[in-house]
Design a protein around this ligand. Structure first.
Ligand code: GLU
Length: 511
């Protein structure tokens, strides 16, 4: 008997593997914001479906009404979209298998529970909270794992009828068995867990009429024609229970694969309370979506050998990741995030974006709004230089020095956008700068190489100390003590701004 069942299971796991039927879902509870662990699950589902021309579905599991957070669904959709994960079916986009929010599918659950009650796979339970509490205490006293003793399994039809007529409060429980104790996990291989030995019969419809996660989850996976369930490792222990429920309905279960834990670099657990694992937080910090995806993928693996080795070296686009995705290569060891790589990926992504005209334009807009915001807040009464050419040349120049756009607002970069404050010049400096202005005016090429040579020669000809003169020029051009070389600064500022700044520096001293 057992053998036949196991064979049956094997049959289930290959059944759905044809590419036209690949349907996966990300099924979060709207209890907060999307965090790194959730993003990882969503991403791997997305890559899997994309690699097989499948469909990625967002389903909201909100049957625990006490844990809802206002606006969480909108934020989830926003965060996923920002990350580049395209929702093909879901609450906002719709689809043929909706609604995609469980609280809007209660009629379906009500209809389906009847089937299990009628075929004897589920039963009414009238045990009171008080009784359950006593059971729990008793177990703890005896140093046993607390579990329901399945008492109401044995109620007669008469007793049930009477209780229902009396209006007794009830829930519905699923009858666990030891018939299904193992399944083939797409990531971990054969998993054996006799759930009936470890748990009492689980509640599937609560006394408030809402289904529990386990019931709604499998009903929805079935009716939404989900072919592959890829979810966090914490759900692996529930899988034989879920397969038993599919059996009870006479349905084929989907394929199951569990994703290993994602940990901090020191091996500690990522906590939802850690503010810095919220996706919105990374966005605010100036992390580009693709950099974040590469960061997550780097900790998890699951790619063809070449790509896997390359993951640390360069940023991969979603298409590249999807093409190289191979679920059988997913590690079964916990993945560790390496925070030091996050900004490295971000810099690589910045470079990649600058290579594309459209992306470059978007970056320019972003820089303008960052600068405007910054200077509005700092209430510096300054002359800003925000023309496109200026910003473009600065971005290209700075790309090896910055890891995120907001680095352009660091103190030593501010000279690029604002006129320096006036500085006191000595008479010999004024004379040198007057001469320099004359020569710079006729200088055609304003490249750093040319300027570097020119400045050296100029100092020689004028018989002035080169390093001292550079220090003076730095103050006049930027108002700063450190920064790029003067030739580089001049190139960055361009001829007009350079001459303008030099003249202004002189003017202040002459007046
Ligand atoms: N709602 C569950 C969660 O919050 C989904 C688990 C599953 O994918 O089956 O993670």
């Amino acid at each position: 008997m057992l053998k036949i069942k196991q064979l049956g299971l094997k049959f289930f796991s290959i059944r759905f593997y044809s590419s036209d039927a690949i349907r996966v879902r990300f099924a979060p509870s709207p209890t907060g914001y999307l965090h790194l662990g959730g993003l990882r699950t969503a991403l791997y589902n997305f890559l899997f479906s994309k690699s097989k021309n499948g469909t990625f579905i967002l389903r909201i599991e909100d049957t625990d009404q006490s844990r809802l957070v206002d606006g969480a669904i909108e934020q989830l959709v926003k965060d996923l979209t920002w990350a580049g994960i395209e929702i093909q079916e879901g609450p906002k986009v719709g689809g043929n298998y909706g609604p995609y929010i469980q609280s809007q599918r209660l009629d379906l659950y009500r209809e389906q529970i009847e089937k299990l009650l009628n075929n004897g796979s589920a039963y009414y339970c009238f045990c009171t909270e008080r009784r359950l509490d006593l059971l729990r205490r008793e177990a703890i006293k005896n140093r046993e794992v607390p579990k329901y003793d399945n008492k109401c399994r044995h109620l007669t039809t008469e007793e049930i009828k009477k209780n229902l007529e009396k209006g007794e409060k009830y829930c519905v429980r699923f009858k666990l068995s030891s018939d299904v104790t193992s399944y083939e996990d797409l990531v971990y291989g054969k998993i054996t867990y006799d759930v009936a030995l470890n748990e009492g019969d689980p509640v599937i419809i609560k006394s408030d009429g809402y289904p529990t996660y386990h019931f709604a989850n499998i009903v929805d996976d079935h009716f939404m024609k989900i072919s592959h369930v890829l979810r966090g490792l914490e759900w692996q222990i529930s899988t034989t229970k879920h397969i038993q429920m599919y059996r009870a309905f006479g349905w084929d279960p989907p394929n199951f694969g569990h994703l290993p834990l994602l940990l901090n670099s020191d091996g500690t657990k990522l906590s939802k309370r850690q503010n810095d694992i919220k996706i919105a937080h990374f966005k605010e910090k100036g992390i580009f979506p693709l950099a974040l995806l590469n960061y997550v993928v780097n900790a998890g693996g699951g790619f063809e050998k070449d790509l896997q080795q390359n993951v640390k070296m360069r940023i991969h686009t979603i298409d590249e990741l999807a093409n190289g995705f191979d679920i059988t290569r997913l590690s079964t060891h916990s993945g560790r995030l390496m925070p030091e790589l996050l900004f490295e990926f971000n810099q690589q992504e910045l470079k990649r974006l600058l290579k594309n005209e459209h992306d470059e334009k978007e970056l320019l807009k972003e820089v303008v709004s960052l600068l405007q915001e910054h200077f509005k807040k700092s209430s510096v009464d300054s002359n800003l230089q925000l023309d496109e050419d200026h910003i473009r040349s600065i971005l290209h120049w700075s790309v090896n020095r910055i890891t995120k756009l907001s680095d352009l607002l660091k103190n030593d970069m501010l000279f690029l956008w604002t006129m320096p404050k006036s500085c006191k010049l000595k008479e010999h400096d004024i004379n040198s700068i007057t001469e320099l202005l004359k020569e710079l005016e006729v200088q055609d090429e304003f490249s750093r190489e040319k300027l570097a040579k020119f400045l050296k020669k100029f100092a020689d000809q004028q018989n002035i100390k080169y390093s001292m003169f550079m220090k003076t020029l730095r103050s006049v051009l930027s108002g700063l003590k450190e920064g790029p070389s003067i030739a580089e600064m001049m190139e960055l500022l361009g001829k007009n701004s350079t001459l303008y700044r030099l003249r202004m520096g002189m003017k202040v001293n002459q007046s």
